[in-house]
Design a protein around this ligand. Structure first.
Ligand SMILES: [Zn+2]
Ligand SMILES: [Zn+2]
Length: 389
């Protein structure tokens, strides 16, 4: 209670407040009740209205501050005089914030527990190492080399990879889908639970972010435990399968060409482009005769032509972009007929070599840069038996 009201009885104070809110002039009220305050400040001396609501944290009654008659609608929220808690449902007092944090943490723990039960890795469900195809071994090897954790316990989230797994996102998605479908990798239980949604424990269903979760290798080999098994996949020797290698080389080449094609469109013409059948078919045809480094040159040339075409004819960039592939095709054909030596480009800093390409050309085919500088060809078969000369 303000000392400037101390000379009044409780009944007088109640009466004074009632008269104030009944629109009597503060100046006259001050004189009558002998209060030492400016008329405009009178309301500030009034004790707050005590409500029946109790603060859940402090166990005392919430109060409503008196406001001037003009703004009596503005602050009607019961508030705790001790901790500041407000009973309006959107309170951010210290106590409410703490309570909310505890709730969020509990929710996260519950979710993590649910996830762990869904993501359990069972030894008997693992796939036999011997059953892996050549292609699967290459994808797994590249995936492990780029992503395996220090302790070999899990594969890091793809979005944290330093080098891309494959030249294009489409290809990365395709690899991921294949490895998951064959159950060669499974989501690792230590993945952050915030990357899972719509969890249905009963149905064992959930949605998740495939580039954000951690992965576990789901392959077994009787004689090998964790570390040597991962090493066997990352450092294979003499496993070339000629036919399969040729197809994989072509596929990597196609996606490296596409990667450069997207990059040129985006950088030089500023258009986003999703390749149609024709683009894929023309690039596939170029791969018969040219290395990726030469296809870079062909695309570079055609993109520049498109840019000039766009400027001279004042057509839209999109329209100009549509001419690139046809242009590349006819140039490549003329070059072939005339036996021109098409120049070789280097890789671009902005398009670092993918983990897949590096692993395949360096470790498996052992041809290094030739994977980029030569057109795909058959590489002689090797197998695990030692050649006796
Ligand atoms: Zn309180
Ligand atoms: Zn509160």
């Amino acid at each position: 209670m303000d000392e400037r009201l101390a000379h009044l009885t409780k009944r007088q104070i109640d009466e004074l407040i009632a008269r104030y809110y009944n629109n009597e002039k503060p100046k006259l009220l001050i004189e009558e009740y002998k209060i030492n305050v400016k008329p405009s400040q009178l309301v500030k001396l009034f004790p707050p209205r005590i409500t029946d609501e109790i603060c859940p944290y402090c166990n005392i009654n919430l109060v409503i501050k008196r406001t001037t008659r003009l703004y009596s609608w503005s602050k009607e929220t019961p508030t705790c005089p001790s901790c500041g808690h407000e009973s309006n449902g959107f309170c951010w007092c210290r106590n409410c914030k703490e309570k909310e944090q505890i709730r969020i943490q509990k929710e996260r723990q519950d979710k993590q527990e649910l996830m762990n039960s869904l993501l359990q890795i069972k030894e008997e469900d693992k796939v036999e190492f011997e059953s892996l195809s050549f292609e699967e071994r290459i994808y797994l090897g590249a995936f492990l080399r780029e992503g395996i954790s220090e302790d070999f316990n899990y594969i890091k989230p793809i979005e944290t990879f330093i080098n891309p797994l494959a030249p294009t996102n489409d290809y990365t998605n395709e690899i991921l889908a294949l490895l998951r479908e064959k159950r060669l990798i499974v989501i690792h239980p230590s993945s952050d639970s915030e990357y899972f949604e719509d969890i249905d424990i009963e149905q064992g269903r959930f949605r998740f972010y495939p580039f954000k979760v951690k992965w576990a290798l789901n392959v077994k080999k009787n004689s090998l435990n964790k570390v040597p098994l991962v090493e066997a996949l990352m450092n294979p020797d003499n496993i070339i399968d000629s036919e399969a290698s040729y197809h994989l080389w072509r596929k990597i080449a196609l996606h490296e060409a596409l990667e450069y094609f997207y990059h040129s469109l985006n950088n030089i013409l500023g258009v986003e482009y999703s390749p149609g059948e024709k683009t894929i078919s023309v690039l596939n045809d170029l791969i018969n005769d040219y290395s990726v480094s030469q296809i870079y040159t062909i695309i570079y040339r055609s993109t520049n032509n498109a840019l000039r075409f766009q400027a001279e004819r004042e057509v839209s960039r999109k329209h100009a972009a549509n001419t690139i592939i046809g242009n590349a095709q006819s140039f490549a054909e003329r070059a072939k007929i005339n036996k021109w030596d098409v120049q070789r480009y280097n890789r671009l800093k902005e398009l670092p070599e993918s983990a897949l390409s590096k692993f395949f050309f360096e470790r498996i085919l052992k041809i290094g840069f030739a994977g980029f500088n030569e057109r795909p060809r058959l590489i002689p078969q090797t197998n695990n038996e030692v050649d006796v000369n």
